[in-house]
Ligand binder design. Structure first.
Ligand code: SF4
Length: 410
């Protein structure tokens, strides 16, 4: 939450007016510009088919209205289409009953309502479902649905590969190929909804989404979302729009490994929940586990967390902490973690390491994880241990993609 009032039901398209950035954040203005320029170097291909038709998914409301005007239509057509695309989940213009037949045909000649193609789909015994989605240029990313007792999260990717090489992460072994476009990011969630038949969006959307399986989004898949911020912003703005998918920002969590200058802007513009991949309490160790730490060390990262808008006891920052045996799991480190987080409304997710071939880390012993968690709890910090999910499928992020590429090469 960006400190403004919660988004009222029936309110129009999302972005609230950005508030001025804090003085500390402004110091980072130049660097933020540099990061945004660099992300443009890895831009996705144009959202067009070889036959020249344009994909309407991923266009902002304004862009959609401009397309309608270019066809000689009234801008209100964009509102109609938005409803069909993002509320009803309809992909076939001829089934859009509020649109006259001749106009349906004109639309079909110029546009498509795209989805990523399903390369692979695996469903685990515990209900976790994982897709390898393929885009028009044959690049692939992973998306995972994780059911829980009272909700279900779709974990979406934002880049093909990743630049950051976190040493415990399988995706970090894949070099960055390119950023995903807004259509490809929002398309993963739409394709997941197709898979579970969860269209249309309930009337009112947002907090009325209780009881649905795909109730939440975590931007935690392949890639560092804040290194592809413009496309992420556009995609999440579409997802939060109250006349479409209408997922409240409280149901969206963005996870970063700590791109400090963009954390500020993300907090101001999107106000979604924040998760931070922390994984270590000392800079020398975090430099190894999360090499981005050499650029934005723990002190700067935690300062950015303290100024993240809307953080409160009701809306805590989640710190992800992968439990690596003998590396970062001592009682002393748990106490240091409690000390570091003492003035931040925080929750710590303890994640037993999910081993993958070619990596030497081992997961911490269950009793070590328990002790670590109890030390945090005694300091007043909630520290649930994440249950390993999808053990019977290739569940470590990036594994499915590597397996598929190996198969293709063979
Ligand atoms: S943990 Fe995230 S940021 Fe680090 S290498 Fe993996 S995908 Fe990239």
């Amino acid at each position: 939450m960006s400190g403004t009032a919660p988004h009222p039901q029936g309110h129009k398209a999302f972005p609230t007016a950005p508030r001025p950035l804090s003085p500390e954040a402004l110091l980072n203005e130049e660097e933020r510009g540099r990061i945004l320029a660099k992300s443009a170097l890895f831009a996705p291909p144009e959202a067009k088919l070889p036959d020249g038709r344009t994909d309407l998914v991923g266009l902002s409301r304004e862009e959609l209205a401009a397309e309608m005007v270019a066809m000689g239509e009234k801008p209100f057509r964009a509102k109609q289409l938005w409803h069909w695309i993002y509320h009803q989940g309809e992909r076939d213009f001829s089934r859009m009953s509020t649109i006259a037949k001749p106009f349906q045909q004109k639309l079909a000649e110029r546009f498509v309502i795209g989805r990523p193609e399903i390369g692979t789909e695996q469903t685990s015994n515990d209900g976790t479902r994982k897709w390898l989605f393929r885009f028009r240029d044959a690049q692939q990313v992973e998306t995972v649905y994780i059911p829980e007792d009272d909700r279900g999260s779709v974990c979406i990717s934002t880049q093909v590969g990743c630049t950051l090489s976190c040493s415990f992460c399988h995706t970090g072994t894949q070099k960055l190929v390119r950023n995903l476009g807004a259509a490809e990011i929002v398309g993963q969630f739409m394709a997941a909804r197709d898979s579970y038949g969860e269209w249309p969006t309930p009337k009112g959307g947002g907090e009325d989404d209780d009881g649905r399986r795909l109730s939440n989004i975590v931007v935690m898949g392949m890639g560092e979302p804040l290194y592809n911020y413009e496309a992420v912003r556009k995609a999440l703005t579409i997802v939060m729009d109250h006349e479409g998918i209408a997922l409240s920002r409280r149901r969206i969590t963005l996870s970063t490994s700590g791109v400090v200058p963009v954390m500020d802007i993300c907090g101001q513009e999107l106000g979604v929940n924040l998760a931070v991949s922390l994984h270590a309490v000392r800079n020398d160790l975090r430099d190894v586990l999360v090499p981005l730490n050499r650029k934005y060390p723990i002190e700067e990262l935690l300062a950015a967390c303290r100024r993240y808008p809307g953080v409160s006891n009701a809306r805590r920052i989640t710190f992800e902490y992968v439990m690596l045996r003998g590396v970062n799991d001592s009682a002393a480190e748990a106490r240091e973690l409690a000390r570091l987080l003492k003035d931040i409304p925080a929750k710590v997710n303890l994640i037993p390491f999910n081993p993958w071939p070619g990596n030497d880390y081992q997961t911490s012993k269950p009793e070590t994880i328990r002790e670590f968690s109890e030390i945090l709890l005694a300091a007043g910090i909630s520290s649930p241990v994440r249950r390993p999910r999808g053990r019977d499928i290739l569940a470590a992020c990036g594994q499915l993609k590597t397996a598929s590429e190996r198969e293709r090469r063979a």
